[in-house]
Design a protein around this ligand. Structure first.
Ligand code: SF4
Ligand code: SF4
Length: 93
C-alpha cells in the first residue's frame, strides 16, 4: 500500500509517500536516523507489520521541515531517499 502524509495549500502539494509493502521487507529502518528533522518513525500497522510513517504532529509542516534538504538550486539526493535502499519513499515536491 502507498500511504500519503502531508497536505496541500495555495502554494502547492506537499506529500511524502511511503510504500509500506517495501517497509514490511525492510529490517534496517535507516530512514529514521537519516532524517535530520526526525520525521519518520516505525510503527506496527493493522496487519502487525512494522512499517515507517511520518510522525502525526509533523505532517502539517513537512514543507518547512524538509526545506533545508531541498535547496532551490543544485538539490542533492535527499537523505531519507538515499538511506532507504528498498526505495520506498517518494516526495511530491
Ligand atoms: S528505510 Fe525505507 S523501506 Fe525501510 S522502513 Fe524506512 S521507509 Fe520503509
Ligand atoms: S527531505 Fe530531509 S527532512 Fe524531509 S523527510 Fe527527507 S530527510 Fe527528512
Amino acid at each position: 500500500m502507498k500511504a500519503n502524509y502531508g497536505y496541500m495549500d495555495g502554494s502547492g502539494e506537499y506529500y511524502i509517500t511511503i510504500d509500506t509493502d517495501k517497509c514490511m521487507e525492510c529490517s534496517e529502518h535507516f530512514c529514521v536516523k537519516a532524517c535530520p528533522a526526525g520525521l519518520f518513525r516505525i510503527i506496527e500497522d493493522d496487519y502487525e507489520d512494522m512499517v515507517a510513517e511520518i510522525i502525526p504532529n509533523k505532517r502539517q509542516a513537512i514543507k518547512y521541515d524538509c526545506a533545508p534538504c531541498k535547496p532551490l538550486e543544485d538539490r542533492p539526493e535527499l537523505p531519507c531517499m538515499a538511506a532507504c535502499t528498498p526505495q520506498a519513499i517518494e516526495h511530491s515536491w
